[in-house]
Design a protein around this ligand. Sequence first.
Ligand code: GDP
Length: 453
Amino acid sequence: MVLADLGRRINAAVNSLTSQSVVDQTALDAMLKEICTALLESDVNVRLVGQLRNSIRAKVASALNKEEKESGSNANAIKRLVQKTVFDELCELVEAHPTDEQFKPKKGRSNVIMFVGLQGAGKTTSCTKLAVYYQRRGLRVGLVCADTFRAGAFDQLKQNATKAKIPYYGSYTEPDPVKVSRDGVEKFKKEKFDLIIVDTSGRHRQEQELFAEMVQIGEAVKPDQTLMVLDASIGQAAEQQSKAFKEASNFGAIVLTKMDGHAKGGGAISAVAATNTPIAFIGTGEHVHDFETFSPKQFVSKLLGIGDIQGLMEHVSTLKLDQKDTIKHIQQGIFTLRDLRDQMSNIMKMGPLSKVASMIPGMSQLADQIGEEDSTKRLKTMIYIMDSMTEKELDSDGSPFADQPSRIVRVARGSGTSVREVEEVLYQQKMMAAMAKKMGGKGGMMSRMQQMQ
Ligand code: GDP
């Protein structure tokens, strides 16, 4: 069962209980049965599911007893308690309680992070994603390709790194991964890089040879943190695989990949429990920005469709959206074509619309219905149209097009679109300008609101 379905089923179970007029032991048991079946079908370990069931039952039992004595007076409180307990217990399931504090690279010293994992788990992809993540946060990051086992591994890393403008190190001729990783780390250390990420080779299966190589590379580069990359879609095998890697590399955190699409994710949840190691990041697609920090509360909120406002705020704050001019314009009661273009490209920067929608409370169901390709295509067409306008036209309120309709035909031709599509953009801007006029200016809503503060 994919994660979105799991969330929906758990939600439905909780809702069917809370919509009943009387919450009793039978109703509670039916809800628990449905939640547990859904978790088991998502590959969560049977022992963990048992623990979760007992824990919810124990927490709700005393409230139920009291309820029975007071007959119905406290039904709403019980419903809230059930909702909260299910939420807390699901968080507990994905939360590790490691004894060490989580590692965070610091500026001003060369931090080394080593990646381990099986071939195909998403190591090379995740290395670049992590590099971009920290580069955006102001660290100088270098990538080292110590995967001399898989043909084409260095080319893949090189390609990813070049695209993301991350310096890299690797060798086409040196067959010894220990030497390559040592040389690469030394080079970046000498150049005072803040973070050096080492991509090691994987194998199709867990093999002694792989573990021996991992230990040797670890001794050579002395990582501050080792991250294990785990494919979320591998189901029950995740528990055993992560245990074997934990023994050999003692990784400090997990990067869970392929959480998009049809990942079951349940096996990975069990991996957290088996190794008591937290998930640090999750990969949610093949693109370099499809990468998020993992927080149990946010994960469960999203799973249950409660939304993830904290995640959305974090996401938006890393995008460096430029809103200053538009806000100033609206305050003055103006909204130009350039404002429209800036806002459209801001929306594009936010990533897939379905992902943004899934972070907004109450919108997660809608997220599944958004035609991703269609909406992205429309946004892009609008931006192409505005890119074909002159600077003067962009800074205008659209009146140059009213004065000279032949310009509409020109812009349509220049952007490879139709006259109707250009007219639609102009109409949209007109509507926004009318709204800005109402809001801005001296007597407008914005100034009245400022006066009230
Ligand atoms: P490696 O052998 O462990 O280095 O794995 P790669 O980085 O080459 O990844 C294997 C495949 O998984 C590639 O096709 C990646 O594009 C894909 N991949 C990696 N991470 C993700 C993810 O989070 N989501 C999806 N959908 N694909 C991913």
